[in-house]
Write a protein that binds this ligand. Structure first.
Ligand code: FAD
Length: 550
């Protein structure tokens, strides 16, 4: 059964009506890695089941720096191949989802006390652009200190030698993931969230032939069968390898990365800035909507993986390092929200968290389980190609018969070019004006949902007579779009992962709004009072946690 819309009620139906299908591929994990594999595999004619234990992108994927970048700092570690591959991939991701992948000017200030001088920074940036295949007109520009201060007046002047300005892309990681999943689901992949894989099912010769999973919304247990099972569980990859008794010497090393969100006027930067820390690392400050967010830390993480915490130490570290480069006055009470994510890196003996390679790796167990970890959000499509090649080769598909996702536009991203996107924005603004929706709101939607924005506008039209307040009309219309098309189950799914409101529009979130949205979700999904209560309490806890640090 192919899903027409992508709604939680349909998910329940699809699970209830499931036949004894033998899927070609079962994927464990609905982060960007699992999502990318689901899309590539489905495009290549494989029947695919993807199981995610919480919401899609609720693991590392929703907690990144939200950049589609080549990884300038990996040049220092001589990771030329990775910078080349991921650097070139930036444009591919942009071309296929330009509504959520936006060009971002990045300024690299050069200080006397810094790790690289003016000349070496200039060479490094030039090489970075060459590796990334950047066309001549868009390559880095170098500025002396006076020019730099004009470009970025927020910088501390003392010791400033100049800067380099180059281009990366900014994204919304959780939205990128959901758009990939929606694209896969539209061409036939079955993608179920809140379905946790508990163990593997084994057949003759102890080969993996399926998984046992529990639906966390109903506590029902299911068995699913697949010719190939892929473990794309991010920080949880080793836990599943352990269950499969295939954990080798090559293990994951988890490192925690924290981001803090401040009001824009506290860090009023003219563009993104990438700068040195006092301990010889580098961090980003990135303006977004009415905020600026800063990150990241990189510390070894060995405690619980479900909700890594932002500690007071993380906050002090970031504030101290911001003040070391930017002329701003900041205290921890300025923080609007925060998030912490875990990098699932491949352990390398004797290396510190920042030195460990970000390369991905595939593990093949004797029981046939394939596991994949490491890598970057930016390189998700390449990682998917890599592991699907292994599966297709096993099935006897020849490489030249294989289809590529290189030109597969994601849902919402079907724009020929930038001009086409901008003219879509203008058309939607005009339609919005006729029903009293602010241009800023329309733009917000286009950069979240792309071509799908027109469906939200239709929702507004449908309910305009019932709801008086324009803000309420907009958010309820958006919620109903997401309920129908993006398989949300809880308030956090909506306010954190589909809209990013908790991070970048936290000023709009009130108790009253939460109640209203939560009731609407409950009514639409026919939830019990207890389920409704759990949903709102869980969101309020995340809301509190995003602003409290121990
Ligand atoms: P995850 O997103 O963690 O997905 C794994 C999923 O598996 C989870 O959703 C989890 O719930 C699910 N799961 C686990 N166990 C089970 C089970 N038993 N059953 C069902 N489901 C299960 N990369 C970039 O390109 N750009 C950046 O700017 C960037 N910044 C980063 C900043 C930080 C702080 C961090 C931590 C990483 C950053 N990265 C960045 C790297 C990038 O975010 C990760 O490489 C990527 O998100 C990993 O995705 P994943 O799908 O492998 O893991």
């Amino acid at each position: 059964m192919q899903m027409q819309s992508f709604c939680f009620l349909e998910r329940n139906e699809a699970i209830a009506n499931r036949d004894k299908t033998l899927f070609d591929i079962i994927i464990i994990g609905g982060g960007i890695t699992g999502a990318g594999i689901a899309l590539d595999a489905t495009l290549n004619g494989q029947s695919v089941l993807l199981l995610e234990k919480n919401d899609f992108s609720s693991g590392t994927t929703g907690k990144s720096t939200k950049l589609i970048h080549g990884g300038l700092r990996y040049l220092k570690q001589l990771e030329f191949k990775m910078v080349h591959d991921v650097g070139r991939e930036r444009k591919v991701v942009y071309d296929n989802a330009r509504h959520i992948v936006r060009p971002e000017k990045m300024l690299l200030p050069i200080y006397k006390k810094g790790s690289l001088g003016f000349f070496s920074s200039s060479i490094a940036l030039w090489f970075y652009d060459i590796l990334g295949g950047i066309k001549k007109s868009e390559r880095r520009k170098m500025f002396n200190s006076a020019e730099t201060m004009l470009t970025e007046p927020t910088l501390l002047k003392d010791g400033l030698e100049g800067s380099g300005v180059y281009y990366e892309y900014r994204t919304d990681d959780a939205r990128l993931c959901i758009e990939v999943i929606k694209t896969a689901a539209r061409i036939g992949a079955k993608c179920f969230n809140y379905m946790e894989v508990k163990d593997f099912v084994y057949g003759p010769e102890e080969k993996v032939i399926g998984v046992n999973a529990i639906d966390k919304t109903s506590n029902q247990v299911y068995e699913f069968y697949g010719k190939t099972v892929i473990n794309a569980a991010g920080p949880w990859v080793d836990g599943l390898r352990q269950k499969n008794k295939s954990l080798s010497d090559k293990k994951l090393m988890l490192t925690k990365g924290v981001h803090l969100v401040f009001p824009f006027d506290k860090i009023p930067i003219a563009q993104s800035v990438y700068f040195d820390t006092l301990d010889n690392r580098m961090i980003f400050a990135i303006p977004r909507q009415s905020t600026t967010y800063v990150g990241t830390t990189d510390t070894k993480h060995i405690s619980e993986k479900e909700q890594p915490k932002v500690t007071k130490e993380d906050v002090d570290y970031l504030i101290k390092n911001i003040k070391n480069t930017l002329n701003v006055s900041l205290v921890s009470s300025d923080i609007l929200s925060s998030w912490a994510g875990l990098r699932p890196l491949i352990h390398e003996e004797g290396k510190s968290p920042s030195e460990v390679s970000r390369k991905d790796e595939i593990f093949v167990s004797n029981s046939g389980l394939l596991s994949i970890a490491g890598g970057k959000l930016t390189g998700y499509r390449l990682m998917a190609e890599e592991i699907l090649d292994v599966v297709l080769q096993k099935n006897g598909t020849r490489k030249k018969e294989r289809k590529s996702t290189k030109q597969t536009k994601l849902v919402g991203g079907n724009f020929i070019d930038e001009e086409n996107l901008q003219s879509f924005v203008l058309t939607q603004i005009k339609v919005g004006e006729t029903i009293g929706i602010e241009p800023a709101q329309i733009k917000n939607w286009v950069y979240r949902y792309g071509t799908e924005t027109s469906k939200i506008i239709e929702n507004v039209k449908k309910q305009s007579s019932q709801v008086a307040e324009s803000t309420d009309r907009s958010i309820i219309a958006e919620l109903h779009f997401v309920l129908k098309n993006e398989c949300i189950y809880t308030l956090s799914d909506f306010l954190i992962r589909r809209t990013g409101m908790l991070y970048f529009e936290s000023e709009k979130i009130t108790n009253e709004l939460c109640e209203k949205l939560n009731d609407e979700i409950g009514r639409t999904l026919k939830k019990t009072t207890e389920q409704n209560q759990q949903s709102i309490e869980a969101f309020k806890k995340e809301w509190r946690d995003s602003k409290s640090f121990e």
